[in-house]
Design a binder for this molecule. Sequence first.
Ligand code: E4P
Length: 215
Amino acid sequence: MKFFIDTANLAQIKEAQNMGVLDGVTTNPSLMAKEGIKGQDNILKHYVDICNIVTGDVSAEVIATDYEGIVREGETLVELHPQIVVKVPMIADGIKAIKYFTEKGIKTNCTLVFSAGQALLAAKAGATYVSPFIGRLDDVSTDGLSLIEDIRLIYDNYGYETQILAASVRHPMHIIECAKIGADVVTCPLNVIASLMKHPLTDNGLAQFLADAKK
Ligand code: E4P
């Protein structure tokens, strides 16, 4: 399973990259705003800065919601760096644009996916990644992980190559359950990736070993 970091914070991306387990980055307009990145030129430069830190795919989201606008923005984004993946919202014009990008050999990430039907459409359009937001489903008392199960089953039934990129991942058990189901990728903040490492028996055992080593 691939690990992407879900942030636009360069320091955190560097830290995750240095851990040696990072496969890519996802961003969205809210994450860019959180870092105070404003204005088209600064936003585009920031995507390049991210690509220069990591070796894998970097999702950059379009703001346009009409077909022509999405295509124009996406084509500008992919010119920035070969690692850029165009992140497109799950709307009718978005699906049409994903189909266009697919035919041009441009990688896409279909975002804001909350149902199996939406995921099926994204795969039919040829999206490279589909991003079901499991945490946001949990927030409205719907089981986000069962959506990952449904998408896995549907994609396997028909051999769709679209990768399931579990998004809005909030805690380590989300990652473990996604791995058991067979999600291709999880994207989450640095602290969630790092929390996989923690176990009190590891800390206690190490303290004991170090103490015994001095004897
Ligand atoms: C995915 O690509 C999104 O950027 C992200 O995972 C959304 O997560 P959130 O629900 O924690 O904002």
